[in-house]
Design a protein around this ligand. Sequence first.
Ligand SMILES: *Cc1c(COP(=O)(O)O)cnc(C)c1O
Length: 359
Amino acid sequence: MVLPKLRSDVNLPSGYHSPQLDVAVRLNTNESPWAPPEGFLERLPDALTKIEWNRYPDRAASVLRSRIATGYGLGHDQVFAANGSNEVLQTLLLAYGGPRRKALVFTPTYALHTHISQTVGTQLVSIARDGNFEIDVDVACRAVDDEQPDIIFVCSPNNPTGTVADGALLSALLERADHAGTLVIVDEAYGQFAETSAVDLIRDDRPLVVSRTFSKTWSMAGLRLGYLLAPAGIVEDLERVVLPYHLDSFTQAAGTLALDFRDEMAERIALLVSERERVIAELDTLGFETWESGANFFLFRSPAMSGDDLWQRLVDESILVRNCSSWDALQNCLRMTVGTPAENDRFIKALAAIVNGLG
Ligand SMILES: *Cc1c(COP(=O)(O)O)cnc(C)c1O
């Protein structure tokens, strides 16, 4: 018997998956360090009793989409929801990518943009960010003019560097996209941790979409719920390609209930942002190289030790961060997800001990 061979163009780049080690402090996958608010957990069972389990879910997810839309002052027809923002991105690529279509990414960035593009056969063009991980406006515009992509990915804040795309870049890209019918996808999985967002730029006559998720800000990586804010015409296209009833009743109910807890979520975001700034300042003092971040994580590097060694020393202290050392342009860099204040203290203390041991 001969088993079928996986298409050679759909393999994830090596080094993408994060090792799942059994440690005390897990700061490696950008999740929230807290469970969802208690009130949400208390009310969830009641919300579930209202589900008609023998029936298919509401195919349009109307209640959930309306509630999300209201939060942004948009119409429910400008929201598309799916099983995590990864499925949102996949649906976009099914609709607008594929053979004879081209996508542009600015690297280093979130590996799934490349992976999802390739799984549907989209040609990929990678443009390098500058030494500070910013996207140079002139370089980006030249790439768009030369390559004429169908899709442009901008991850902001960018995973894994934390870099926030500035307004000038987005305007320049949108101006070009407008003329060519190019789709600009801004991945804001960490958008709520940043001061600026592309959400306000959304208009029904502009080829711009912004994806967001319940996984990070909303403490619900286990739920699998993400969404897209987009022109209504694009949402219609996505509904044409996505599988019917893809978003189950449970997810719709839990997501809708979660939106009753915006204040609690805003408080958590504020605390994580202030912790991020505190931890970065401590690492600067200890002599590490750090990069400004608009997310719930940041990138850092030791000038005195390889990234692999530093990563292992932290694991020895039962602290797990993401080792990005082997990524192009991220030599010796590690990425730390901001945790609870106690976890962050433990992380800082471990690094201080490592630095002192070097002296
Ligand atoms: C985590 C992440 C996502 C995916 O999140 P889902 O859990 O699928 O919603 C999307 N984009 C970026 C940049 C991420 O880091």
